[in-house]
Design a binder for this molecule. Structure first.
Ligand SMILES: [Zn+2]
Length: 381
Protein backbone atom coordinates (compact mmCIF):
# COMPACT_ATOMS: atom_id res chain seq x y z
CA UNK A 1 0.00 0.00 0.00
CA UNK A 2 2.74 2.31 0.98
CA UNK A 3 4.63 1.49 -2.21
CA UNK A 4 1.60 2.13 -4.39
CA UNK A 5 1.04 5.53 -2.85
CA UNK A 6 4.68 6.37 -3.17
CA UNK A 7 4.72 5.31 -6.79
CA UNK A 8 1.67 7.36 -7.64
CA UNK A 9 3.15 10.45 -6.05
CA UNK A 10 6.46 9.93 -7.67
CA UNK A 11 5.30 9.87 -11.24
CA UNK A 12 6.65 13.01 -12.77
CA UNK A 13 8.03 14.13 -9.45
CA UNK A 14 11.51 15.34 -8.89
CA UNK A 15 13.99 12.65 -8.03
CA UNK A 16 14.97 14.61 -4.95
CA UNK A 17 11.54 13.90 -3.53
CA UNK A 18 11.90 10.38 -4.72
CA UNK A 19 15.03 9.99 -2.70
CA UNK A 20 13.30 10.97 0.51
CA UNK A 21 10.71 8.20 0.29
CA UNK A 22 11.78 5.32 2.51
CA UNK A 23 10.05 2.72 0.33
CA UNK A 24 12.31 3.63 -2.56
CA UNK A 25 15.47 2.78 -0.75
CA UNK A 26 15.87 -0.94 -0.94
CA UNK A 27 18.69 -3.26 -0.18
CA UNK A 28 18.07 -6.23 -2.42
CA UNK A 29 20.80 -8.78 -1.96
CA UNK A 30 22.64 -6.63 0.48
CA UNK A 31 22.82 -6.38 4.23
CA UNK A 32 24.00 -2.81 4.09
CA UNK A 33 21.78 -0.37 5.93
CA UNK A 34 20.92 2.85 4.18
CA UNK A 35 20.78 6.22 5.74
CA UNK A 36 17.67 8.15 4.99
CA UNK A 37 18.36 11.15 2.84
CA UNK A 38 17.62 14.53 4.26
CA UNK A 39 14.21 15.81 3.14
CA UNK A 40 13.58 18.45 0.46
CA UNK A 41 17.02 18.19 -0.98
CA UNK A 42 17.02 19.97 -4.28
CA UNK A 43 17.85 17.81 -7.22
CA UNK A 44 20.87 19.63 -8.49
CA UNK A 45 22.43 20.87 -5.35
CA UNK A 46 25.72 22.76 -5.24
CA UNK A 47 28.84 20.71 -5.06
CA UNK A 48 32.42 21.67 -4.41
CA UNK A 49 34.06 22.66 -7.68
CA UNK A 50 34.90 19.54 -9.67
CA UNK A 51 38.61 20.15 -9.48
CA UNK A 52 38.58 20.44 -5.70
CA UNK A 53 36.45 17.33 -5.35
CA UNK A 54 38.68 15.44 -7.71
CA UNK A 55 41.81 16.56 -5.89
CA UNK A 56 40.34 15.36 -2.64
CA UNK A 57 39.32 12.06 -4.15
CA UNK A 58 42.63 11.65 -5.89
CA UNK A 59 44.48 12.29 -2.63
CA UNK A 60 42.36 9.69 -0.90
CA UNK A 61 42.98 7.30 -3.73
CA UNK A 62 46.71 7.60 -3.52
CA UNK A 63 46.67 6.26 0.00
CA UNK A 64 44.13 3.53 -0.61
CA UNK A 65 44.47 0.03 -1.93
CA UNK A 66 42.53 1.04 -5.03
CA UNK A 67 45.57 2.98 -6.22
CA UNK A 68 47.24 -0.26 -7.19
CA UNK A 69 44.29 -1.20 -9.38
CA UNK A 70 44.26 2.16 -11.05
CA UNK A 71 47.99 1.92 -11.69
CA UNK A 72 47.42 -1.49 -13.22
CA UNK A 73 44.89 0.01 -15.58
CA UNK A 74 47.30 2.72 -16.58
CA UNK A 75 49.83 0.01 -17.24
CA UNK A 76 47.36 -1.90 -19.35
CA UNK A 77 46.79 1.23 -21.38
CA UNK A 78 50.51 1.63 -21.93
CA UNK A 79 50.53 -1.60 -23.97
CA UNK A 80 48.59 0.19 -26.62
CA UNK A 81 50.48 0.59 -29.82
CA UNK A 82 53.03 -2.05 -28.92
CA UNK A 83 53.41 -5.46 -30.43
CA UNK A 84 53.05 -8.61 -28.42
CA UNK A 85 55.65 -11.26 -27.95
CA UNK A 86 55.65 -13.90 -30.64
CA UNK A 87 56.00 -16.67 -28.05
CA UNK A 88 53.91 -19.58 -29.16
CA UNK A 89 51.68 -19.86 -26.08
CA UNK A 90 47.92 -20.03 -26.69
CA UNK A 91 47.41 -16.67 -24.95
CA UNK A 92 49.96 -15.05 -27.23
CA UNK A 93 48.58 -16.72 -30.32
CA UNK A 94 45.23 -15.02 -29.66
CA UNK A 95 47.11 -11.75 -29.78
CA UNK A 96 48.54 -12.43 -33.21
CA UNK A 97 47.41 -10.65 -36.30
CA UNK A 98 44.31 -12.14 -37.94
CA UNK A 99 45.11 -13.11 -41.53
CA UNK A 100 41.91 -11.33 -42.60
CA UNK A 101 43.56 -7.90 -42.04
CA UNK A 102 45.16 -6.11 -44.97
CA UNK A 103 48.90 -5.58 -44.75
CA UNK A 104 50.12 -2.56 -42.83
CA UNK A 105 50.48 -1.04 -39.38
CA UNK A 106 46.99 -1.51 -37.93
CA UNK A 107 45.48 -4.92 -37.34
CA UNK A 108 42.86 -6.74 -35.28
CA UNK A 109 43.94 -9.81 -33.31
CA UNK A 110 42.04 -13.00 -32.42
CA UNK A 111 40.64 -11.67 -29.13
CA UNK A 112 37.98 -9.56 -30.91
CA UNK A 113 34.50 -10.10 -29.42
CA UNK A 114 32.70 -8.73 -32.51
CA UNK A 115 31.15 -5.83 -30.57
CA UNK A 116 31.02 -3.61 -33.70
CA UNK A 117 32.53 -0.57 -31.94
CA UNK A 118 35.50 -0.06 -34.28
CA UNK A 119 33.28 -0.58 -37.32
CA UNK A 120 31.00 2.32 -36.50
CA UNK A 121 33.72 4.52 -35.05
CA UNK A 122 36.04 4.12 -38.04
CA UNK A 123 34.06 2.57 -40.89
CA UNK A 124 36.74 3.66 -43.36
CA UNK A 125 39.21 1.28 -41.71
CA UNK A 126 37.40 -1.64 -40.10
CA UNK A 127 34.92 -4.18 -41.37
CA UNK A 128 33.58 -7.55 -40.34
CA UNK A 129 35.24 -10.63 -41.79
CA UNK A 130 34.14 -13.98 -40.44
CA UNK A 131 32.83 -13.37 -36.96
CA UNK A 132 35.35 -10.70 -36.02
CA UNK A 133 36.54 -7.28 -37.10
CA UNK A 134 39.47 -6.75 -39.44
CA UNK A 135 41.30 -3.84 -41.04
CA UNK A 136 40.28 -3.65 -44.70
CA UNK A 137 42.07 -0.39 -45.45
CA UNK A 138 45.00 1.19 -43.61
CA UNK A 139 44.50 4.84 -42.63
CA UNK A 140 45.83 7.14 -45.34
CA UNK A 141 45.04 10.58 -43.91
CA UNK A 142 45.42 12.32 -40.58
CA UNK A 143 41.67 12.13 -40.05
CA UNK A 144 41.55 8.40 -40.77
CA UNK A 145 44.46 7.74 -38.45
CA UNK A 146 42.74 9.69 -35.69
CA UNK A 147 39.55 7.64 -36.12
CA UNK A 148 41.51 4.37 -36.19
CA UNK A 149 43.36 5.27 -32.98
CA UNK A 150 40.14 6.41 -31.29
CA UNK A 151 38.68 3.00 -32.17
CA UNK A 152 41.83 1.32 -30.86
CA UNK A 153 41.46 3.09 -27.51
CA UNK A 154 37.73 2.31 -27.37
CA UNK A 155 38.01 -1.39 -28.17
CA UNK A 156 36.84 -3.16 -24.98
CA UNK A 157 39.27 -6.05 -25.40
CA UNK A 158 42.28 -4.09 -26.74
CA UNK A 159 42.07 -6.28 -29.84
CA UNK A 160 43.18 -3.51 -32.20
CA UNK A 161 46.93 -3.18 -32.42
CA UNK A 162 49.64 -1.47 -34.37
CA UNK A 163 52.91 -3.02 -35.51
CA UNK A 164 54.77 0.14 -34.52
CA UNK A 165 54.19 1.94 -31.21
CA UNK A 166 51.81 4.81 -31.96
CA UNK A 167 53.78 7.91 -31.04
CA UNK A 168 50.66 10.07 -31.26
CA UNK A 169 48.56 8.00 -28.87
CA UNK A 170 48.76 10.57 -26.07
CA UNK A 171 47.38 13.24 -28.38
CA UNK A 172 44.50 10.95 -29.34
CA UNK A 173 43.74 10.22 -25.70
CA UNK A 174 43.10 13.94 -25.28
CA UNK A 175 40.30 13.82 -27.87
CA UNK A 176 38.00 11.88 -25.48
CA UNK A 177 35.18 12.23 -24.76
CA UNK A 178 34.26 12.85 -28.40
CA UNK A 179 31.67 15.47 -29.24
CA UNK A 180 28.96 13.72 -31.28
CA UNK A 181 27.50 16.57 -33.30
CA UNK A 182 28.45 20.06 -32.27
CA UNK A 183 25.72 21.71 -34.34
CA UNK A 184 22.73 19.55 -33.56
CA UNK A 185 23.50 18.18 -30.10
CA UNK A 186 26.18 20.40 -28.57
CA UNK A 187 27.50 19.17 -25.23
CA UNK A 188 26.69 15.52 -25.86
CA UNK A 189 29.78 13.36 -25.96
CA UNK A 190 30.63 9.74 -26.68
CA UNK A 191 32.98 8.65 -23.90
CA UNK A 192 34.80 5.93 -25.87
CA UNK A 193 36.89 3.52 -23.75
CA UNK A 194 34.26 0.80 -23.95
CA UNK A 195 34.46 -1.81 -21.24
CA UNK A 196 34.39 -5.56 -21.65
CA UNK A 197 32.45 -5.63 -18.39
CA UNK A 198 29.64 -3.82 -20.22
CA UNK A 199 29.95 -6.17 -23.21
CA UNK A 200 31.53 -3.29 -25.10
CA UNK A 201 28.58 -0.88 -24.73
CA UNK A 202 28.92 2.83 -25.49
CA UNK A 203 28.57 5.44 -22.76
CA UNK A 204 27.91 9.16 -22.99
CA UNK A 205 28.49 12.42 -21.20
CA UNK A 206 25.87 15.19 -21.18
CA UNK A 207 27.15 18.62 -20.28
CA UNK A 208 24.37 20.17 -18.25
CA UNK A 209 24.24 23.58 -16.58
CA UNK A 210 22.93 21.98 -13.40
CA UNK A 211 25.50 19.21 -13.34
CA UNK A 212 26.86 16.81 -15.93
CA UNK A 213 25.43 13.37 -16.45
CA UNK A 214 27.34 10.26 -17.37
CA UNK A 215 25.06 7.80 -19.15
CA UNK A 216 26.27 4.24 -18.49
CA UNK A 217 29.84 3.41 -17.66
CA UNK A 218 32.96 3.68 -19.74
CA UNK A 219 36.06 1.71 -18.77
CA UNK A 220 37.75 3.62 -15.99
CA UNK A 221 40.96 5.32 -16.96
CA UNK A 222 42.41 8.30 -15.17
CA UNK A 223 43.09 10.00 -18.49
CA UNK A 224 39.44 9.95 -19.46
CA UNK A 225 38.48 11.00 -15.94
CA UNK A 226 40.73 14.04 -16.06
CA UNK A 227 39.35 15.03 -19.47
CA UNK A 228 35.82 14.77 -18.06
CA UNK A 229 36.92 16.78 -15.05
CA UNK A 230 38.00 19.56 -17.42
CA UNK A 231 34.46 19.53 -18.81
CA UNK A 232 33.00 20.02 -15.33
CA UNK A 233 33.04 16.53 -13.83
CA UNK A 234 30.01 14.34 -13.22
CA UNK A 235 27.01 15.06 -11.01
CA UNK A 236 24.89 12.01 -11.89
CA UNK A 237 25.69 8.66 -13.35
CA UNK A 238 22.57 7.31 -14.98
CA UNK A 239 22.67 3.55 -15.58
CA UNK A 240 20.16 2.39 -18.19
CA UNK A 241 20.18 -1.21 -16.96
CA UNK A 242 22.28 -3.84 -15.25
CA UNK A 243 24.42 -4.87 -18.26
CA UNK A 244 26.18 -1.59 -18.85
CA UNK A 245 27.38 -0.64 -15.37
CA UNK A 246 31.09 -1.64 -15.85
CA UNK A 247 33.28 0.55 -13.62
CA UNK A 248 30.41 2.50 -12.03
CA UNK A 249 31.99 2.31 -8.61
CA UNK A 250 35.28 3.88 -9.69
CA UNK A 251 33.50 6.69 -11.52
CA UNK A 252 31.28 7.28 -8.54
CA UNK A 253 34.27 7.51 -6.20
CA UNK A 254 36.23 9.71 -8.57
CA UNK A 255 33.48 12.29 -9.03
CA UNK A 256 31.33 11.65 -5.96
CA UNK A 257 28.37 11.46 -8.29
CA UNK A 258 25.01 9.89 -7.49
CA UNK A 259 24.27 6.77 -9.47
CA UNK A 260 20.74 6.14 -10.70
CA UNK A 261 19.44 2.65 -11.54
CA UNK A 262 16.02 1.04 -11.48
CA UNK A 263 15.56 -1.19 -8.43
CA UNK A 264 14.72 -4.16 -10.66
CA UNK A 265 18.20 -3.92 -12.15
CA UNK A 266 20.04 -3.81 -8.85
CA UNK A 267 22.41 -6.70 -8.28
CA UNK A 268 25.11 -7.41 -5.74
CA UNK A 269 27.66 -5.14 -7.44
CA UNK A 270 25.19 -2.25 -7.63
CA UNK A 271 23.55 -2.72 -4.21
CA UNK A 272 24.80 0.63 -3.00
CA UNK A 273 23.86 2.88 -5.92
CA UNK A 274 22.55 6.10 -4.46
CA UNK A 275 19.20 6.42 -6.26
CA UNK A 276 17.02 3.40 -6.99
CA UNK A 277 14.02 4.06 -9.18
CA UNK A 278 10.82 2.31 -8.18
CA UNK A 279 7.68 1.70 -10.15
CA UNK A 280 6.90 2.71 -13.71
CA UNK A 281 7.88 6.38 -13.77
CA UNK A 282 8.38 8.57 -15.64
CA UNK A 283 10.75 10.44 -13.38
CA UNK A 284 12.08 13.94 -13.86
CA UNK A 285 15.76 14.65 -13.46
CA UNK A 286 16.06 18.39 -13.19
CA UNK A 287 13.93 20.60 -15.38
CA UNK A 288 14.53 19.12 -18.77
CA UNK A 289 15.37 15.45 -18.45
CA UNK A 290 12.81 12.68 -18.24
CA UNK A 291 13.60 9.10 -17.32
CA UNK A 292 11.30 6.77 -19.24
CA UNK A 293 10.53 3.24 -18.05
CA UNK A 294 11.06 0.85 -20.96
CA UNK A 295 11.09 -2.73 -19.64
CA UNK A 296 11.65 -5.63 -22.01
CA UNK A 297 15.33 -6.06 -22.79
CA UNK A 298 15.66 -6.39 -19.04
CA UNK A 299 13.02 -6.01 -16.37
CA UNK A 300 13.96 -2.51 -15.29
CA UNK A 301 15.46 -0.88 -18.39
CA UNK A 302 15.07 2.90 -18.39
CA UNK A 303 15.79 5.42 -21.17
CA UNK A 304 16.97 8.97 -20.57
CA UNK A 305 15.21 11.62 -22.62
CA UNK A 306 17.09 14.92 -22.84
CA UNK A 307 14.31 17.16 -24.08
CA UNK A 308 16.10 20.35 -25.21
CA UNK A 309 18.34 18.40 -27.58
CA UNK A 310 15.64 15.87 -28.51
CA UNK A 311 17.96 13.03 -27.66
CA UNK A 312 16.99 9.65 -26.29
CA UNK A 313 19.62 7.49 -24.59
CA UNK A 314 18.26 4.00 -24.94
CA UNK A 315 20.77 1.60 -23.40
CA UNK A 316 19.91 -1.75 -25.01
CA UNK A 317 16.24 -0.98 -25.49
CA UNK A 318 16.40 0.29 -29.08
CA UNK A 319 19.24 0.80 -31.53
CA UNK A 320 20.17 0.76 -35.18
CA UNK A 321 21.90 -2.19 -36.72
CA UNK A 322 23.69 -1.57 -40.00
CA UNK A 323 20.49 -0.95 -41.90
CA UNK A 324 17.48 -0.53 -39.65
CA UNK A 325 16.05 -0.17 -36.16
CA UNK A 326 16.52 -3.14 -33.88
CA UNK A 327 15.68 -4.26 -30.36
CA UNK A 328 18.62 -6.68 -30.28
CA UNK A 329 16.18 -9.57 -29.89
CA UNK A 330 18.96 -12.19 -29.66
CA UNK A 331 20.14 -10.60 -26.47
CA UNK A 332 16.77 -10.12 -24.81
CA UNK A 333 16.95 -11.18 -21.16
CA UNK A 334 13.34 -10.60 -20.16
CA UNK A 335 10.45 -10.26 -22.64
CA UNK A 336 10.42 -9.45 -26.34
CA UNK A 337 6.67 -8.59 -26.41
CA UNK A 338 7.22 -6.25 -23.48
CA UNK A 339 10.20 -4.65 -25.19
CA UNK A 340 8.11 -4.01 -28.31
CA UNK A 341 5.38 -2.52 -26.16
CA UNK A 342 8.00 -0.26 -24.60
CA UNK A 343 9.13 0.77 -28.08
CA UNK A 344 5.57 1.81 -28.91
CA UNK A 345 5.49 4.35 -26.09
CA UNK A 346 8.40 6.18 -27.72
CA UNK A 347 6.05 7.37 -30.45
CA UNK A 348 4.82 9.98 -27.99
CA UNK A 349 8.25 11.44 -27.33
CA UNK A 350 9.66 14.26 -29.43
CA UNK A 351 13.20 13.08 -30.11
CA UNK A 352 15.42 13.08 -33.18
CA UNK A 353 18.42 11.13 -31.92
CA UNK A 354 18.78 7.63 -30.50
CA UNK A 355 22.05 7.10 -28.68
CA UNK A 356 22.21 3.43 -27.67
CA UNK A 357 24.50 1.29 -25.54
CA UNK A 358 24.92 -1.43 -28.12
CA UNK A 359 24.30 -1.01 -31.81
CA UNK A 360 24.46 2.19 -33.77
CA UNK A 361 23.05 5.66 -33.41
CA UNK A 362 19.99 6.90 -35.24
CA UNK A 363 19.58 10.46 -36.36
CA UNK A 364 16.25 11.68 -37.73
CA UNK A 365 15.44 14.87 -39.56
CA UNK A 366 12.49 15.60 -37.30
CA UNK A 367 9.73 14.14 -35.14
CA UNK A 368 7.73 13.14 -38.20
CA UNK A 369 10.57 11.14 -39.71
CA UNK A 370 11.32 9.53 -36.35
CA UNK A 371 7.74 8.37 -36.05
CA UNK A 372 7.45 7.06 -39.55
CA UNK A 373 10.57 4.91 -38.98
CA UNK A 374 9.34 3.84 -35.55
CA UNK A 375 5.86 2.98 -36.79
CA UNK A 376 7.23 1.03 -39.75
CA UNK A 377 9.43 -0.93 -37.33
CA UNK A 378 6.47 -1.67 -35.04
CA UNK A 379 4.32 -2.75 -37.98
CA UNK A 380 6.96 -5.32 -38.98
CA UNK A 381 7.39 -6.76 -35.49
ZN1 LIG B 1 21.77 -5.14 -22.00
Amino acid sequence: MQTQTATAILHHQQLSMFKTTPSTIIATGSTKSYQKKSPCRSLFFPRPPAAAAAKKTSGARASSSSSQKIEEEEEEESFIGQTYSATNSSANRRRWRRPQNVDGDFFVDHTCIDCDTCRWMAPQIFTRVGDMSAVYKQPSSKEERLKALQALLSCPTSSIRTEQPAQDILEVQKTFPIQINEQRIPGVYHCGYHSEKSYGAASYLIIHPEGNILVDSPRYTERLASNIETLGGVRYMFLTHKDDVADHEKWSKRFRCDRILHSKEVEFSTADVEIKLEGNGPWDLGRDIELVYTPGHSEGSVCLFYKPLKTLFTGDHLMMNETRLSIGERYNWFSVPMQLKSVSILVELDFEWILPGHGRRAEFKDYKEKNSVLEAFLAQN
